[in-house]
Structure formats: structure tokens, C-alpha cells
Design a protein. Structure first.
Length: 367
């Protein structure tokens, strides 16, 4: 992430494509002295694939993590950390057949124009949800750093299609139950209904989207910058790095447009010697700075565009109209897979801002 504060930053560079040899990430700016192992990365990546095969793609990568640099004797060294996983379960044959037929809802057409047809089109290449593996690996480091300063990031599914959880969850409920269902919904019963909706859409040759909510706890007051480096602006930018994201709200979000100022403003009070807000309509960010209240966002995830239903497209080689039914292995809903990716993207931004603001030193003391 770019910044203009102390000059110290948490920078993330990802590389790789869906059907390339590897997907990887290089993270610079991680403080020295952070306990970190391949097992930490593996635990986070294992959360990416839901256990229920009926709601995910038949392409299931094992994602064996390999740390290449930046960790020595179980601790980060302060040098750039490079981590990769190999792509092993690739089958490019279906994409060779449709390379001239841009899939509706995908980046195929604009990417072909931007890169003159030289981009790797297999599985969406650089634009595939597969690249979220790199985000999750970088997020593993960020979450480890944040945990040392009692900052927690908790993402979960609140809606799939028309099925929506009708309650607000406590942090403890989210921690305990979000990975108890394949859909990543903390409400077990609602999660089962979401699963059924996904299976039904798949039978119809269609797909579903949904909403992911994320709760950020423990952020100190005043982290962020005004205007272009605002904390909420940078959070939105990082969240949009996750393919399929189409919208984001902080706090009450668009509902604020229908409220009066007296309803929307978060009034202050002193409780136990601390300044607190009686409500959190702002979602924990004011003027681009953390307010000390929990940061809450909602993220809209679009339906998977690769569907079996016949769709209109064009043949770019022949420059004529065509129809397309996407074959191969595709997720009928990517929301569950996106939960740890959203969490990771957010953790990266929070760690970056806290390092830039001086809350996190270059060298961490051993606990």
C-alpha cells in the first residue's frame, strides 16, 4: 500500500496466473521478530475451500505452501518474505476452445484489448479468483502482526442470493461458527438454507452472489490519513482487489442518505473513563481516520459469471455474433471462498496504516 506518513510501509506484490506454474506473493515491511511458519500460511489457505463439494468447483488445489525467504529460525528477519504455492490441478482444454469467445461478466474482452491478445486467458489468467491465494498468504502475515496489538479481523457470509441472516452476530459467535458451515455463515440454520440455494442454482446451470460482512476490532483512534490516503478509501481499494467484488458499505452505508443528521450522528459519552460512541452508524471511520469504534463493512459479491446457461457473446476472430455455454469446473457461488480473501485484504490495509502511523515498530519484542 502507498502512503505519505512515516515512510515505513507494508508492501504487497502478488504474481502468478490461474493456470501458470505458481501463485505467489512478496511482502516487504514486515517487522523483524514475528513468529511465523509455513503452518500459519497453510492454516489460512485451508480455510479457503469449503468442505461441501456440491457448492464449489471440482478444481480443488491442495495449496502446499513454500516459504522462500524472510523467515529464519521461526521468526521474520525484516527482509522481504516470499511465499508460493504450485498450481497442480489445471485443465486448460476448455479455455482453448473458447479463447475467441469472451465470457459475459468476465474480464476476457477488456483484457484482450489491453494486452493485445498476449495475456494468459486460461482460467481467467491474472484476473482469476485463484490469485486470492496470494492475498490470503499476505493477509496471514498482516493478521499475525495485528494480533500482537490486539486487533482482530472477522469476515463472514451474511447473505447468499435472497437468503439473508436476520440477526447481528457478536464477535464470539462469528469466531465460533463462521467456519462451522460451508457457506461461512455464523447462523448454522441460515447457512444450510444458503447451501440449498446454491445447489439449486447449480442445477439450473446458473450461479449466485451474496454479501460478506467484516468486523474489525481493537483499532486505535486516529489511524489513517485525510483525503486520498483515508483509511476507508484504502480499505475499499484493497477489498476491490478481490475479484467479484462490486460494492462496499461502511456502517449504515447507503441508509445514511435516508436519515436525518440527528439519526445518523454517533453521539459521544464517557464510559469507564473512555470516550465511546453510543451508536456506530459511521462504521468506525470518520474523516478517513479510525474513530475507536468497531469498523464494520459490507461487501457485495457478484454471481459467478461462468455458467452453463447459454449466453450471447461474439466471436472476436470472425467478428460475428455467437452463443456460449461455459464448460469446465466452476464455482456456482464464490462468496464462501471470498470470505478469507476479504479478511486478508482488510488485514493488509490495517497493518500498513498502523506501521505508517508508528503503532507497529520495525522490530517486535518477543512475547
Amino acid at each position: 500500500m502507498a502512503g505519505n506518513s512515516t515512510g515505513k510501509e507494508f508492501t504487497v506484490t502478488t504474481f502468478g496466473e490461474s493456470h501458470g506454474k505458481v501463485v505467489g506473493v512478496v511482502v516487504d515491511g514486515c517487522p523483524a521478530g514475528l513468529p511465523l511458519s509455513e503452518g500459519d500460511f497453510q492454516m489460512e489457505l485451508d480455510r479457503r475451500i469449503p468442505s461441501e463439494p456440491k457448492i464449489v468447483s471440482a478444481r480443488i488445489e491442495k495449496d502446499d505452501v513454500k516459504v522462500l525467504s524472510g523467515i529464519f529460525n521461526g521468526l521474520t528477519t525484516g527482509a522481504p518474505i516470499a511465499v508460493v504455492v504450485e498450481n497442480k490441478e489445471t485443465d486448460s482444454s476448455d479455455y482453448d476452445a473458447i479463447k475467441d469467445l469472451p465470457r459475459p461478466g468476465h474480464s476476457d474482452y477488456p483484457a484482450r484489448i489491453k494486452y493485445g491478445g498476449l495475456n494468459d486467458y486460461r482460467g481467467g489468467g491474472r484476473f482469476s479468483g485463484r490469485v486470492t491465494v496470494a492475498l490470503i498468504m499476505a493477509g496471514t502475515i498482516a493478521k499475525k502482526i495485528l494480533s500482537r496489538f490486539d486487533v482482530d479481523v472477522l469476515a463472514y457470509t451474511s447473505a447468499i442470493g435472497q437468503i439473508q441472516a436476520d440477526k447481528k452476530f457478536s464477535a464470539d459467535e462469528i469466531r465460533k461458527n463462521r467456519y462451522a458451515t460451508p457457506t461461512r455463515c455464523p447462523d448454522i440454520s441460515c447457512g444450510e438454507k444458503m447451501e440449498e440455494a446454491i445447489v439449486n442454482a447449480k442445477k439450473e446451470g446458473d450461479s449466485l452472489g451474496g454479501i460478506i460482512e467484516c468486523l474489525m476490532l481493537g483499532m486505535p483512534v486516529g489511524v489513517g490519513e485525510p483525503l486520498f490516503d483515508a483509511l476507508d478509501a484504502d480499505l475499499a481499494k484493497s477489498v476491490f482487489a478481490v475479484p467479484a467484488v462490486k460494492g462496499i458499505e461502511f456502517g449504515v452505508g447507503f441508509e445514511a442518505a435516508q436519515m436525518k443528521g440527528s439519526q445518523n450522528n454517533d453521539a459521544y459519552q464517557i464510559e469507564k473513563g473512555q470516550v465511546v460512541s453510543l451508536t456506530d452508524n459511521a462504521g468506525g471511520v470518520l474523516g478517513g481516520l479510525s474513530s475507536g469504534m468497531p469498523i464494520m463493512i459490507r461487501v457485495a459479491i457478484k454471481p459467478t459469471p461462468s455458467i452453463a446457461k447459454e449466453q450471447k457473446t461474439v466471436n472476436l476472430k470472425k467478428m460475428e455474433n455467437a452463443v456460449l455455454s461455459v464448460k469446465g469446473r466452476h464455482d456456482p457461488c464464490v462468496v464462501a471462498k471470498a470470505v478469507p480473501a476479504i479478511e486478508a485484504a482488510i488485514a493488509i490495509t490495517l497493518a500498513d496504516h498502523m506501521i505508517r502511523a508508528g503503532f507497529i515498530p520495525r522490530v517486535l519484542k518477543r512475547q
